[in-house]
Design a protein around this ligand. Sequence first.
Ligand code: IMP
Ligand code: MG
Length: 334
Amino acid sequence: MPCIVVVCGFFGDTGKGKIISYLALKDKISVAARAGVGPNAGHTVVYGDKTYKVRMIPSAFVYEKCRLLIGPGVLVDQNVFLSEVDLTHAGNRVGLDPQCAIIEPRHIETDRSGHLASEIGTTGTGTGPCNADRVLRKAKLAKDMPTLQSFLTDVPFEVNAAIDGGENVLIEGTQGTYLSLWHGTYPYCTSKDVTASAACSDVGVGPKKVDEVLIVFKAFVTRVGAGPLPGEISWEEAERRGWTEIAAVTGRRRRAAPFNFELAKRAVMLNSATQAAITKIDVLFPECKNAKSFSDLSMEARDFIRKVEKEISIPVTLIGTGPEVWDVVDRRFE
Ligand code: IMP
Ligand code: MG
């Protein structure tokens, strides 16, 4: 498995952080390259007795031998980046591409006013306005920033060299397929494509170098901000089912709906996914909490997984059974 791309098949917040941190430790990932939009993402990693919320540094930081890179397609907020370098104690392993564009205070101001705030309900992290400036070729790049000089490295070169050398490489996508600017619910979407092809482009890897595309789904669907959510239930109903979640970046309530087989199937197509992960199975089936093997799951849970596999026509290899990194059923070894 030299090169695996990890993406989300719904609207983000499906637990990529947890799955990626697990893969980093389990598969001894040598190089993790962060793709996606920028610090609008929030990946939660629960490792040991600590909960980390990372918005820029790859979730693979928990594996201490992993090199942590941020590709040139990713927007960088210097404050968020530097505070996460402190948080993760991973500064000596972090590399940033000189061509990453820099989010400035005026981008954040624009993102928190006008139609972006009131109609789209963005994360207010400045990513949309910064991508607009990048398209207009007005954005500043990481190579121009004195504070970032010590982190600069040729990310595409490092990632490709690691793949060519047969090392395990993970490309970390962000957001979710239906937040893609091309394939999502426009205009209620993010500011660029976020499918697997875009993730590869973000870090400078061509389509022939990818071995696996792992698509992450949650056992139910959530979305934050405006836009369609088929089958949406009320917050009160979500409370009754235990599906209530608060967004990691914005602190907003996440809207919820049952698992959507149609969306899942289309997301597999759009990402050419080869395997899937399903997280939070313990929220649908509490008796499965902390299970570590497929046979430990209840019959209802196993039936649900089999139904998903039948609908999406790819294997569900990883099943999340709790928040901690090791709360995973890993069917690759069963
Ligand atoms: P933006 O990406 O901040 O411009 O926000 C556009 C839309 O994408 C809004 O509905 C956000 O809530 C949503 N969004 C952006 N990033 C994420 C994410 O990482 N998880 C979930 N929703 C996100
Ligand atoms: Mg998130």
